[in-house]
Ligand binder design. Structure first.
Ligand code: 13P
Ligand code: SF4
Length: 367
């Protein structure tokens, strides 16, 4: 999806880190309680240090929903997170994304047209009334609205098990789940619930009937959209073998966007918030390999005393879109706010927001 971010002027691009720090600090102080900055765990340090609250995507959506006071919510994360915050906050609040090009390549792997086409194709071969659409938080507001309209819900990596359990209860044994856009989170959660590989089929939106035959669609319990995160897909079982060979008592913690093979071999699997808690809970002296975005791994390595934290993949794997949010962009949006200009506001149109809110609130009510 194309989004336009105009280049910053020299006053931001050429400012030194110390100058940016002083300017962000001054703007933040001027805005006071009118401003609330949210920071996802994958943000760089130069940005994260200014966050009033940090979290995973579920935690940040909760905080945004509860944050009634601030007029401006500056979301240091990616576009789908800012959209969700706009849906969950009041009309008097404005959500700002410091760089509009901070999208999510996985979210872009499912668009509303392809999902609607898939829905129609599935309806031709099976009873669509018993199909529950579940979208991962990493999706556009249009997809959240689609699941809201069609009796489904949003899930995040921290509550996927509870949401899929809820989905499976909706139409008894006849229930099927269409899960998008991340096949890995869908598969890992279905396995966690005790289903086997035969109950899951990958839906390839580029192929007729998702690349499946009618019998496969009819017999499947889970139709998993062929989407993935390029950051998490890099981690492999070879990395785990190498880490365990070097550190026989080592602990592996993976994000559920990793492949099933990796999650099956890992000692712990969970959201970014869960990963932080699992590191905290590990015994003193542990050597821990973490399979997630490098900024979180590096922060854990820096801030955790008495334990050794490394990336499961020794080659750095940053999320290039999360990385777009930097000190110059944060400084720019804050200084514009001080000057009375709201730049980079993320808004969702009223009809989309109404239905997306249904899907998001269903999620918040279930967990
Ligand atoms: P969390 O919900 O675990 O923070 O994950 C968001 C994400 O984009 C992971 O790649
Ligand atoms: Fe999207 Fe992957 Fe980046 Fe998360 S890490 S925001 S899923 S591209």
């Amino acid at each position: 999806m194309m989004r336009l971010q105009s280049p910053l002027s020299a006053t931001y691009v050429e400012a030194s880190p110390d100058e940016l720090e002083a300017r962000i600090s001054a703007a933040k102080a001027t805005l006071g309680k009118r401003l609330f900055i949210l920071g996802h765990h994958y943000q760089r340090e130069e940005v994260m240090k200014w966050a009033d609250a940090r979290g995973d995507s579920f935690g940040l959506s909760r905080i945004a929903a509860d944050q009634q006071e601030a007029e401006y919510i500056v979301f240091c994360g990616v576009h789908f997170m800012a959209e969700s915050a706009d849906i969950l906050t009041g009309d008097h609040q404005k959500v700002i994304l410091p760089d509009l090009n901070a999208g999510c390549s996985m979210a872009d792997m499912a668009d509303i047209e392809s999902v609607e086409e898939a829905w129609e194709a599935i309806a031709e071969v099976t009873d669509i009334a018993s199909v529950v659409p579940i979208t991962y938080m990493n999706s556009s507001a249009a997809l959240k609205a689609f699941v809201g309209r069609n009796g489904g819900a949003v899930c995040t990596s921290s509550n996927a098990k509870a949401i899929l359990t809820w989905a499976l209860e909706q139409h008894g044994d006849a229930t099927k789940v269409l899960f998008f856009p991340d096949q890995h989170l869908g598969r890992n959660t279905a396995f966690q619930l005790g289903f086997d590989a035969d109950s899951m089929q990958v839906w390839n939106p580029r192929l007729e009937l998702g690349g499946l035959d009618e019998a496969a669609v009819k017999s499947s319990k889970f139709l998993l959209w062929k989407g993935h995160c390029s950051v998490h897909q890099r981690f492999s079982t070879t990395h785990i073998d190498a880490f365990r060979a070097e550190h026989p008592g080592g602990i592996v913690i993976a994000h559920p966007e990793c492949s099933h093979e990796v999650c099956e071999m890992a000692d712990h699997v969970g959201s970014t918030d869960f990963i932080i808690k699992a590191v905290t809970a590990a015994p003193e002296g542990s050597v821990i390999a973490v399979a997630t975005e490098i900024h979180l791994v590096d922060r854990l390595a820096r801030e955790t005393e008495g334990k050794t934290i490394v990336s499961l993949d020794p080659l750095v794997c940053p999320c290039s879109t999360m990385f777009r949010i930097d000190a110059p962009h944060l400084c720019w949006v804050l200084e514009e706010l001080v000057a009375g200009n709201v730049v980079n506001q993320v808004t969702v149109d009223a009809d989309t927001a109404t239905w997306a809110k249904v899907a998001l609130e269903r999620m918040l009510a279930i967990v």
